[in-house]
Design a protein around this ligand. Structure first.
Ligand SMILES: [Zn+2]
Length: 238
């Protein structure tokens, strides 16, 4: 029997509604489709996702614990707007975590892991060449999450997942006009160091890479594009 789609814009609810909302919002944030400060109305989300407001509230509450959403008394939920102080804290935490991960990655990375990271870098370069900014952002985050997965430390992997999402919000808010996200040659240098089992080299490159990202921020700029909530949430990457 053919199932008729009543609303084409609604993502498939093949999991519990809270998780679908969480996945959709985190995907949109990771691609800068959902900028900092966007209001996340309960009613609009429950309409978009065909679920009740209790599901929406639980999803927003989980996202708040991840610092992706800010819940404001009497005003509702908004995509987090990290302050300059928070931006500094996020980069400091990333330097600490990613240096720890790097030491484990040097020991753990298999040839397949290295090939997978190179494939991510190649896909990121393709996305950049095609001007596909959302894919570029998603893939540059994927690269960092691959390091975390290879390390085998699931606790640090979770921390990094949150920190990389927050970094995307920070870069979306404060990046200087014309500067990019992760430079692909820096990712390539990191993989080369991993392949050569060059721990000191890798630690140095990670520090430089994160310092470079942080130095591209300008806390005086915050003008951003705006999409409707429906546009932002309905493009769910595979
Ligand atoms: Zn990077």
């Amino acid at each position: 029997m053919k199932i008729e789609k009543t609303k084409q814009t609604v993502p498939a609810l093949d999991e519990i509604p809270e998780q679908t909302i969480i996945n959709s919002i985190t995907a949109a944030v990771s691609e800068q489709r959902l900028p900092a400060g966007t209001k996340l109305g309960e009613q609009m989300l429950s309409d978009l996702f065909n679920c009740n407001r209790a599901n929406v509230r639980r999803a927003l509450s989980t996202l708040a614990t991840m610092h992706v959403v800010q819940l404001q008394p009497n005003r509702g939920a908004f995509v987090s707007t990290p302050s300059p102080k928070e931006a500094g804290d996020v980069f400091e935490a990333r330097r600490t975590i990613e240096r720890t991960l790097a030491r484990k990655v040097i020991k753990n990375a298999s040839l397949q892991d290295i090939a997978d990271m190179r494939a991510t870098i190649a896909a990121e370069a393709d996305a950049r060449a095609q001007g596909d900014k959302p894919a570029e952002l998603r893939l540059s985050r994927t690269f960092h999450m691959q390091l975390a997965m290879i390390s085998g430390n699931t606790v640090l992997e979770r921390f990094l997942s949150e920190l990389t999402l927050r970094t995307t919000l920070i870069i979306g808010l404060y990046n200087k006009v014309g500067s990019s996200n992760c430079a692909e040659d820096e990712h390539l240098g990191m993989v080369n160091a991993i392949e050569n089992r060059d721990e000191e080299g890798l630690l140095l490159l990670i520090n430089q890479h994160l310092n470079h990202l942080e130095s591209s921020l300008d806390f005086k700029c915050a003008a951003k594009p705006f999409f409707s909530l429906a546009e932002q949430l309905t493009i769910v990457p595979a």
